[in-house]
Design a protein around this ligand. Structure first.
Ligand SMILES: [Zn+2]
Length: 283
């Protein structure tokens, strides 16, 4: 299985999970609420001994037959050495930036909006409308200070810089959502606040098949088996916990295929209930 691009179908929809690259996080930033000893035990069980967690950043391309949709734009070229490869990989698949008519931004973090603009600061997908939750747009436009995030100061500055660079240029082609919405036949946008104020999930369905895109509702499979552990990136962590339970219970009940932006490539699998939490079953 290619770590870079994985093609699959959801009913009649042609989908591609495209890795924008990878990023290395500290274990603390992923599990700020975990008791240290217990965290070390669990990480060892998952063969992670370095204190570092590497995750891919995986964007989703959907060709519905009528629309060509991109969910999240990655880091953008030249921002992070290990990522920013989305556009090139789309091109390698014969998909040009001009072909995309809809860009859905699950939330305003740099790994999801960094590819919104090109080197000249213009929208990188010139024929697309950009879709975002209204609360999310307003949050980043309000000049937030991110003081409540339990992450390094330089990461906070990176988040703010990326929002300032990648959001204003799409203002004229923005389509803001403020309730659960069927954006087009087979693509429904679902509120999933907590990670950020207007973080969203997507239900994608065609010809009896279904994919549930949960984006950053959880960042790593360990967040399923340890339901009380949350990342320092969750802005409203109590709300994020409520959302997590709602979204993962729904994924388990519907037996949907699930796509998670940061999970090991290609980020596809199933969620089943287990103990106090859930278990990730990668495809
Ligand atoms: Zn993310």
């Amino acid at each position: 299985m290619s770590e870079e691009i994985f093609s699959f179908q959801v009913g009649d929809f042609e989908c591609k999970a495209i890795s924008d690259g990878t990023f290395v996080y500290t274990d603390h930033s992923f599990f700020v609420s975990a008791p240290k000893k217990r965290m070390e035990q669990v990480l060892r069980k998952h063969d992670i001994q370095s204190g570092e967690i590497t995750t891919p950043w995986t964007c989703l391309f959907i060709d519905t037959g009528k629309n060509r949709v991109l969910v999240d734009t990655g880091a953008g070229a030249g921002t992070v050495p290990s990522a920013g490869k989305l556009l090139q990989r789309l091109q390698n698949e014969g998909i040009k930036a001009e072909d995309i008519d809809t860009v859905i931004l699950t939330h305003g973090h740099p790994d999801h909006i960094g590819g919104n603009t090109d080197a000249a600061g213009k929208p990188a997908f010139p024929n697309a409308r950009y879709v975002m939750w209204k609360d999310e747009w307003e949050f980043w436009m309000s000049g937030p200070d991110l003081a409540q995030l339990d992450i390094a100061e330089e990461i906070k500055q990176f988040l703010l810089m990326s929002a300032r660079k990648n959001l204003p240029p799409i203002k004229d082609r923005l389509y803001l959502i403020d309730r659960e919405t069927e954006l087009m036949p087979g693509i429904k946008l679902i509120p999933a606040p907590g990670h950020t104020p207007g973080h969203m999930a997507l239900a994608i369905y065609s010809s009896g098949e279904r994919l549930f895109h949960i984006s950053d509702t959880v960042l790593y499979p360990i967040h399923l088996e340890q339901p009380d552990w949350y990342p320092g990136f969750d802005l409203m962590h109590e709300q994020a916990m409520v959302t997590k339970r709602k979204i993962l219970d729904r994924a388990a009940a519907e037996e949907s295929m699930v796509f998670a932006f940061h999970f090991p490539s290609p980020g596809l699998g199933h969620v089943i209930e287990k103990g106090k939490g859930w278990e990730w079953q990668p495809i």
